[in-house]
Ligand binder design. Structure first.
Ligand code: FAD
Length: 430
């Protein structure tokens, strides 16, 4: 049994690991280190209840400060894990000084704070990731473009949406680049607030690859019904700042596409995915390839070092290859699995992934591997947002998408899990 477990990352994977260590009777030290200045919170609320203003930031914590103390789990917020020595089993941490006006943390803030060394017996890297920026890496930031990954990002966007409500001309317009889950959720919140929203998507339709075509069309109709303009096949090549002559010379952003089209807006949101935070693992010499590589027990290539959640790439029981999953429930289950492995009670990680999104009061649930499906069968009424679509690969269930049918979605997810062979992949998806 390890004496001290250090967890880097205060997201759901790190938090679930800490809770599982205690639940399973670990009585050594548990120290969580997080660059975020807040203790663990529900990231999924950022583009829903927090962005809409339905709740404030005091309602998003996962647990109270007292609950963490009672467990006990020591949480060091505003602390960056700067270096990892996997041979000496220690990490070097650094206090993060927050230089941005909105309080969000950037990597530029790292390198100036007080440093400390912390030894560990077992280490979990639950470092998640950061929003993929719309502007090209290394170049100057495109003007007026916001991204959403942490609570400070969501609060900054909330206040910009508030300014856009009722503003004249382009200053009252929001352009979102990327019609994935986050882009669609931001569009739904902003449209409901009364902002003119344009959603730009490089692919053929919103959530392409994540839901079947008919569900994607249903979602597009839902957005159109709330006044959102969706433009597909758009390759954004740049964003430039301009002075808006209509509104007392305030700044607006002009989004430019490869085919010459342009959109002018007061606020631009880049919602083009995330990049796993692998730099700590990489600089320590761990195996990394679009994620920290782990086995089915969450173990990395370094003894005593584990990884879980958005940052980890693990053996995919569906395809026989490897995958990285960016869902809340996966972070929770994977973090718990890592904790059990640290305690010597590990089981191979073989969860059927599932996630949800909430837009205009419709709760859409997605399970399995939708991109593997070559055929979809739908039962119910898409127009009434009450249906279950099941995706098949070579005749075998591999995915399910539902609205208003949580029990049936759960049952479909269980059936998808039953198809897994002991070696992982179902014959149909291998
Ligand atoms: C806006 C938004 C909405 C979402 N909505 C949904 C949803 O509705 N449903 C769903 O299933 N999923 C949703 N997701 C995805 C889900 O939230 C993520 O999959 C999940 O939070 C990942 O958890 P994690 O613990 O792996 O990583 P994270 O939550 O990213 O946590 C990692 C933490 O590690 C910290 N960190 C990284 N490197 C270091 C370092 N070197 N030192 C110290 N700290 C470090 C980071 O600051 C971060 O706080 C959403 C994601 C976002 C961004």
């Amino acid at each position: 049994m390890p004496g001290r477990v250090v967890i880097v990352g205060t997201g759901i994977a790190g938090a679930a690991a800490a809770q599982t260590l205690r639940k399973d009777g670990f009585d050594g030290e548990v120290v969580m280190i997080g660059a975020d200045r807040r203790p663990p919170y529900r990231r999924t609320m950022l583009t829903k209840d927090l962005l809409s203003g339905r709740v404030d930031a005091d309602r998003i914590p996962l647990r109270s400060a007292d609950a963490w103390q009672t467990m006990p789990v020591e949480i060091r917020t505003g602390t960056w894990a700067a270096d990892l020595d996997p041979v000496g089993r220690s990490i070097t941490t650094e206090d993060v000084s927050i230089s941005t006006e909105d309080g969000s943390i950037t990597t530029e803030d790292v390198g100036t704070g007080a440093r400390a060394t912390l030894d560990y017996d077992a280490l979990l890297l639950a470092t998640g990731g950061r929003a993929r920026r719309l502007d090209p890496p290394g170049g100057p930031a495109w003007p007026g473009v916001l991204h959403v990954r942490d609570a400070e990002d969501a609060l900054a966007l909330r206040s910009r949406i508030g300014e856009a409500v009722g503003a004249p001309g382009p200053r009252g317009r929001l352009v979102i680049v990327g019609a994935g889950l986050i882009g669609c959720e931001v569009a739904a919140v902003a449209a409901a607030a009364g902002v003119a929203v344009t959603l730009l998507e490089a692919g053929p339709r919103p959530l392409a690859g994540t839901v079947p075509e008919a569900v994607s069309e249903m979602l597009a109709d839902l957005h159109a019904g709330h006044g959102v303009t969706i433009e597909t096949g758009v390759q954004v090549t740049g964003v430039v700042g301009e002075t808006d002559s209509d509104t007392s010379g305030k700044g607006v952003s002009v989004v430019q596409a490869a085919d010459g089209r342009k959109w002018t807006a007061g606020v631009v949101v880049g919602a083009v995915g995330m990049i796993p935070a692998t730099e700590l693992a990489q600089s320590a010499g761990l195996d990394v390839a679009d994620g920290i590589l782990v086995d089915e027990y969450c173990a990395t290539s370094a003894p005593g070092v584990y990884a879980a959640g958005d940052a980890a790439r693990f053996p995919d029981p569906f395809t026989g290859g490897t995958c990285r999953i960016e869902h809340w429930n996966h972070g929770q289950a994977h973090g718990a699995a890592a904790a059990r492995a640290i305690l010597g009670n590990g089981r191979p990680y073989r969860e059927v992934p599932w996630c949800w999104t909430h837009q205009y009061g419709v709760n859409l649930q997605i399970a399995g591997t939708p991109q593997a499906a070559d055929e979809w069968r739908t039962d119910g009424d898409l127009g009434a947002r009450e249906f279950l679509s099941v995706g098949f690969a070579a005749g075998q269930e591999v995915a399910a998408v539902a609205a208003g049918r949580p029990k049936e979605l759960r049952a479909a997810r269980a059936r998808i899990g039953e198809h897994l062979t002991w070696s992982g992949a179902p014959a149909a998806a291998r």
